[in-house]
Design a binder for this molecule. Structure first.
Ligand SMILES: Nc1ncnc2c1ncn2[C@@H]1O[C@H](COP(=O)(O)OP(=O)(O)OP(=O)(O)O)[C@@H](O)[C@H]1O
Ligand SMILES: [Mg+2]
Length: 507
């Protein structure tokens, strides 16, 4: 390095080889790496994007081809520079980039060679290539002007496209090392399937609706079209949505909307499995954060929670919250290089927490009760024997004195009414909430604890007895008595049994 003693500084650019090697480790998976490349294609206004996993043993490559506007030679050369754009620079709407890094860091996280060819409608094709082995050898930022012979034909934009870009990742040391030894090919294809699910989720808002903005394909020789995965089941009638809310005082428009997904009973097995998403029900609860429609974060409670942070658990798995950010808020939300982390600014946390609390509460209700009642908006909530009362130290549970069976005892125990009250009080005071919580939390599917599909004989005799009391004791007309009971737990779970009660009660 030259030293000039007339200057008051030393000029020390980073070492090329070490820098590129370090950037490989920022934590991409094959899925997030491909998603980053797709960001670029979408920003280049591509209408079609093809993701190819081309198996050639150790010479396998992954290629992302698009029909976007492409780059001329000068732009391509600049695009290959590490940190080609300043992160604080304002971007055009629809440009999903931020750091000027993604193309290089995402691709090189998976392989040692990145070759890009690009063609605009007016310029002929240009090719540039990073080869980490070459950079290691010379330890200089030498960007090659052609791709290695083995991938030259991959690094070509096909003639039938008017313009476009092909990004080819070769020498897949990292991608293939995440595959097991014995059947590397099977693992390679399994990674392709994971990528398919991940991008179907990440870009679902670009892929859905009558006029999708873009079409994504995956395959090798023949391609299949990637279908969008809607985390909110917005077209299902039993999905509950809160109104869209605009959050104030933050750079970048921020909108938020809560969803409670339908109870499992309202979905077919296939719908249920699909609605779980690529990582499953437990992982995909909580906030789904989008930046210009592109999904950044696919679940989790963002460190929110009263005192203790909320963890992902089974009983809140139906709660999903959609949070829309604009890219101008990147700095404030601490969006990371991989576009997979964003942190809400402190000023917004209380409101997000309050909204999440509401969605979580509704999700618990739907989760714990069977499908027949999951669309709470359509039918009023049934009268429950137990009600939860929110106190400063958490909820306490009380027996609802207006429940007809309880009311009947209280009314009939003329002399002993107070004794019954004492008894209810003691039961409420000593309800082993902690223990119930622990025991249910250990089970895989708490929904089993919801009412059994069949009434027990005791349920049936209580139903007949209380019906007789309503009809004869209180003189209610048959229809009215049946309606009352249909809206009361646990009979609300058995509408047929209630409907079949004869007009003349059996006494
Ligand atoms: N498929 C593509 N079609 C056209 N231009 C592209 C394509 N991929 C990359 N570019 C150009 O290369 C530049 C660098 O891309 P890169 O992904 O490294 O950074 P970025 O998208 O600007 O920011 P980020 O690091 O946030 O992804 C882009 O700004 C874009 O101009
Ligand atoms: Mg990018």
């Amino acid at each position: 390095m030259t030293q000039n003693n007339n200057q008051d500084f030393d000029h020390i650019p980073p070492r090329a080889s070490a820098t590129l090697e370090s950037y490989r480790g920022v934590g991409y998976t094959p899925e997030t790496a491909i998603a980053d490349l797709i960001d670029n294609s979408i920003a280049a206004r591509a209408r079609n994007i093809w993701i190819e996993f081309i198996w050639r043993g150790a010479g396998s490559v992954v290629r992302v081809l698009d029909d976007g506007h492409g780059m001329d030679e000068a732009n391509l050369t600049e695009a290959m520079r590490l940190a080609s754009r300043h992160p604080l620079e304002a971007r055009e709407p629809g440009d999903l980039g931020r750091f000027g890094l993604g193309l290089k860091t995402a691709a090189l996280s998976q392989g040692r060679v990145l070759a890009v060819s690009s063609r605009t409608t007016t310029e002929q094709q240009a090719v540039r290539c990073w080869d980490l082995d070459r950079v290691a050898e010379v330890d200089e930022w030498q960007l090659l002007r052609r791709a290695p012979a083995s991938i030259e034909s991959d690094a070509t934009v096909p003639a039938h496209l008017a313009s476009g870009t092909a990004v080819v990742i070769g020498s897949l040391d990292r991608l293939l090392s995440s595959a097991g030894e014995d059947s590397v090919r099977a693992q390679f294809l399994a990674i392709a399937r994971r990528v398919e699910r991940h991008v179907g989720m990440t870009f679902h808002r670009f892929l859905e609706g009558p006029h999708p903005k873009v079409a994504l394909f995956i395959g090798t020789d023949s391609f299949s079209k990637i279908s969008p995965w809607d985390p909110f089941l917005q077209t299902h009638p039993a999905t509950i949505a809160t109104p869209v809310e605009r959050l104030p005082h933050v750079a970048g428009a921020v909108e938020v909307q809560g969803f409670v997904l339908p109870h499992r009973d309202r979905l077919t097995t296939e719908q249920f499995n699909r609605a779980g998403g690529p990582e499953g029900w437990l992982a995909h609860q909580g906030f789904f954060m989008y930046r210009d429609q592109r999904l950044l974060v696919a679940g989790g409670w963002l460190g929110l929670g009263p005192g203790r942070r909320w963890a992902r658990d089974d009983i809140h798995r139906l709660a999903r919250v959609k949070l829309d950010l604009g890219s101008s808020g990147d700095n404030l939300w601490k969006v990371d290089i991989r576009k997979s982390i964003a942190v809400p600014p402190p000023a917004l946390r209380p409101r997000l927490q309050a909204l999440a609390e509401q969605v979580r509460r509704d999700a618990r209700e739907v989760f714990a009760h069977r499908g027949g009642r999951s669309s709470r908006i359509a039918a009023p909530a049934p009268l429950r024997a137990w009600t939860a009362i929110q106190g400063a130290t958490g909820p306490t549970y009380r027996i609802d004195r207006t429940h007809p069976v309880v009311r009947r005892v209280l009314d009939s125990a003329v002399a002993g009414g107070l004794l019954v009250e004492d008894m209810l009080h003691i039961l409420e005071r000593t309800l082993p909430v902690q223990r119930i919580w622990l025991e249910t939390a250990e089970r895989d599917d708490i929904a089993e604890a919801a009412p059994a599909p069949q009434m027990t004989a005791t349920d049936q005799s209580v139903l007949l007895s209380i019906y007789a009391h309503l009809r004869i004791g209180l003189g209610l007309p048959a229809e009215q008595a049946r309606q009352r009971l249909a809206a009361v737990e646990p009979f609300s779970s058995y509408p047929e049994a209630v409907a079949q009660l004869p007009d003349d009660p059996v006494t």
